[in-house]
Design a protein around this ligand. Structure first.
Ligand code: ZN
Length: 735
């Protein structure tokens, strides 16, 4: 007689292993991809069956039984499980936590795939209600009833209602009592990909677009294509044609976009051109909305999915194409917990599925460029701007000769005046939010610092607060120096200060500030960008939120207020990053009939960086940086992994990394270099001391083997209990 099957279950705990269970009573056929409810210690946990086995290291009589089987059919296919396992192996991260990242919250919590939901809808009596008279007596109720009226007979689920009318419950009580609205429970429906009106034909493709399209079409199966084109060169048109091919062939398409690139603008463009409303997946959805989108992708009902980072894990049985727009964007790499790169996983997924993957960028990362050089990826250049628009004209403003007041030099102010006078729109870019980055005492020079971090507090004048941008700490804005009592003043500029200065200089103009402070409300960013794109603001001032893929037809001037932040950066990626952000924001200027102008304020106009950038564009900076990396053996010519550790005591933070270093030292070869442990560049953050250990290797396999063996060693070390630690494979930030 064969022994009973043993389930290998992934449970969301920070341990790099699966746990053995016996199937729940009466459910012997539960298999990989199904969720189970298991006893775990003294708790109950939702787990995912990863595999079945006939043996266990634990004696069978000691193996605990699942309490319940949550899915009769596997939730995830073998392919989906393969990706989860790959992610866990590659990033050396516990598989249970990978599952937790891959599943929507409601499924993580054990809810069924088609949960029942509370709905609220208008009744017949409500529909015939005289709104005006209700509005006089009970304005809140009238407001809610209007929302329900617009929602129609099927009503709205409670989560969605909360998004629209946060305090709807009180008003609803009155409406229920009067019989104007009702509450009912129903299964959430699964939306099909709605085919909207006929798709609009696109513009005629220009030569380079046609070539790119042909190169993609002529190579079936797996291939990675880089669409390397300046902003406005028409990358999206090429995506759209390939997407249409794949949809017409009855397959699904996944489009990954940066965190704040998923705008109503993009969704409506896809809808118009493809005749399909895409299923969207991003962090702003309610749990139910997210589950619904996930479910229709999984069943194949949605054939077009647009999402941010974690959408890379969405099950799509008929996946035929993955597009990653703005592949250089940092938001594709998760910076906490499971530190995965959605771009890299998308490529892995494309290879597994043998389908094309298209990366798009005006400023491709050096990793991707190097893959193109090595012949692994196909580089397709789109050099010209669609419709013959000219590239923007760059000009440097020497801040030494033209000192800035409140961040704005005279030549910049004059240019703004000129462009607005000619009916254009101006974008003033500063990647620093708040009013000023520093509050300093005019008498003793003391600077307001965060008590929990090695950092300065940023002045937020609108809120009357000092905020730490690293730990979120906030306190009332000092009026006098805490040390000598003299007057304090804000030093330097943030976007708030720029906004104030612009309002004073251009009192009769409409000015819109766009940064994460002014755009906190859900949907605010979309509205502001629509307004800006429609010409409803004359001057836009903001952070890199403004620089991503938005189309502002009237914009003719871009002013870069402080371009020097990256010139002398300590990170090996500083130059690459600064060039990316300047080119991206510059790309907003002059996209239609008029040539744009880009003014860059710098105190170092003689730095060769500027010549390279202005004469050779991003390609020149990238070629230069690649040569330098090859010389110094940094990525993409070597691989990195960073082990971070943070603890209340500096000793503990270092102690765990010492263990790691000692272990690796025993296996060190010329192909594996260990740097550290050292204090992190910001040694104290949010009250914790931070240290790090960097591993650098020219041999990827060796690096991964070492990390694979190291991980359980660190998990089992007693110091690990006092330390927050993580392994970051292919880190993009070295702190
Ligand atoms: Zn802080």
């Amino acid at each position: 007689m064969s022994s009973p099957p043993i389930l290998k279950v992934a449970v969301s705990v920070p341990l790099s292993r699966e746990f053995d269970y016996l199937p729940a009573p009466g459910a012997p056929n539960v298999g990989p991809g199904c969720r189970v409810l298991v006893p775990f210690g003294r708790r109950r946990q939702v787990g995912l069956v990863i595999d079945k086995a006939n043996q266990s290291e634990i004696p069978v009589e000691k193996i605990r039984r699942c309490l319940e089987t949550l899915d009769e059919e596997p939730l995830l296919s073998d392919e989906d499980l393969w990706l989860i396992r790959f992610t866990s192996d590659y990033y050396h991260h516990p598989i249970g936590e990978v599952v937790a990242t891959a599943l929507p919250a409601l499924l993580r919590q054990g809810k069924p795939l088609d949960p029942t939901v509370n709905f609220v809808s208008i009744t017949d009596a409500g529909e015939s209600m005289d709104m005006e008279s209700l509005a006089k007596r009970a304005p809140r109720q009238a407001e809610l009833l209007t929302v329900l009226f617009d929602a129609g007979g099927n009503g709205m689920d409670e989560d969605a209602l909360t998004e629209l009318v946060p305090d709807w419950r009180r008003a609803a009580k009155g409406l229920f009592e009067k019989g104007l609205a009702q509450r009912f429970v129903a299964r959430a429906t699964e939306p099909e990909s709605v085919t909207t009106a006929d798709s609009e034909p696109g513009p005629e493709l220009h030569g380079a677009q046609r070539d790119a399209l042909e190169r993609i079409r002529e190579r079936p199966g797996f291939g990675v294509f880089l669409l390397d084109g300046v902003t406005g060169s028409g990358k999206t048109e090429v995506y759209l044609r390939v997407i249409k091919d794949v949809l017409d062939a009855g397959q699904q398409v996944l489009i990954l976009v940066p965190e704040i690139g998923l705008t109503p603008q993009l969704v409506s463009r896809l809808e118009k051109r493809l005749g399909i409303a895409p299923a969207v997946m991003h962090s702003g959805l309610t749990d139910l909305e997210r589950l619904t989108a996930w479910r229709s992708a999984r069943s194949g009902a949605a054939n077009l999915v647009v999402g941010t980072r974690s959408a890379v894990f969405t099950p799509m049985p008929d996946l035929g194409l993955i597009v990653i727009d703005e592949e250089h964007d940092h938001s594709f790499k998760q910076q906490e917990g499971l530190r995965y790169s959605a771009r890299d996983l998308a490529i892995v997924r494309g290879k597994q599925k043998q389908i094309p993957v298209i990366l798009g960028s005006a400023t491709p990362t050096l990793e991707v460029l190097q893959h193109c050089r090595a012949g692994n990826f196909v580089r397709l250049e789109l050099p010209e701007r669609a419709g013959g628009a000219k590239p923007p004209l760059f000009r440097l403003i020497d801040l030494v000769r033209n000192p800035a007041e409140n961040g704005l030099s005279n030549p910049l102010v004059e240019s703004i005046q000129r462009h607005l006078g000619e009916g254009g729109q101006a974008l003033i870019f500063l990647n620093r939010r708040g009013f000023a980055p520093t509050l300093i005492c005019a008498s003793c020079g003391q600077v307001a610092e965060c008590e929990r971090c090695d950092s300065r507090m940023t002045v937020h004048a609108r809120d009357g607060l000092l905020r730490c941008h690293h730990c979120g700490a906030a306190r009332a804005l000092d009026v006098q120096c805490s040390s000598c009592g003299a007057e304090v003043r804000p030093l330097g500029e943030g976007t708030e200060r720029l906004e104030d200065a612009l309002r004073t200089l251009f009192a009769d103009r409409r000015i819109e500030r766009i940064d994460s402070d002014s755009m906190q409300r859900k949907g605010a960013i979309g509205e502001a960008l629509e307004l800006a794109a429609g010409g409803g603001a004359d001057i836009l001032v903001g952070t890199q939120m403004l620089s991503k893929g938005h189309h502002f037809p009237k914009l003719t001037l871009v002013g870069i207020v402080n371009a020097d932040q990256g010139l002398f950066g300590t990170d090996y990626r500083s130059a690459e990053r600064m060039a990316q952000s300047i080119i991206q924001v510059a790309g907003r200027a002059g996209r239609e009939s008029r040539q744009g102008e880009v003014l860059v304020q710098t105190a170092y106009p003689d730095n060769p960086f500027w010549d390279y950038l202005i004469d050779g564009g991003y390609a020149r900076i990238a070629a230069d940086a690649l040569a330098e990396r090859e010389e110094s053996r940094w990525p993409p010519f070597t691989r990195l992994a960073l082990i971070r550790s943070a603890a209340h005591s500096k000793n503990d933070a270092h102690a765990l990394l010492d263990v790691a270093r000692d272990y690796i030292a025993g296996r060190q070869t010329e192909h594996l270099r260990v740097l550290g442990p050292v204090d992190a560049p910001m040694a104290r953050r949010a009250g914790r001391y931070r240290a790090q250990l960097l591993l650098q290797s020219s041999d990827r396999r060796l690096l991964h083997q070492v990390l694979h063996d190291l991980r359980p060693l660190l998990e089992g070390n007693p110091v690990a209990r006092k330390v927050r630690w993580s392994i970051d494979v292919d880190p993009v930030e070295l702190f």
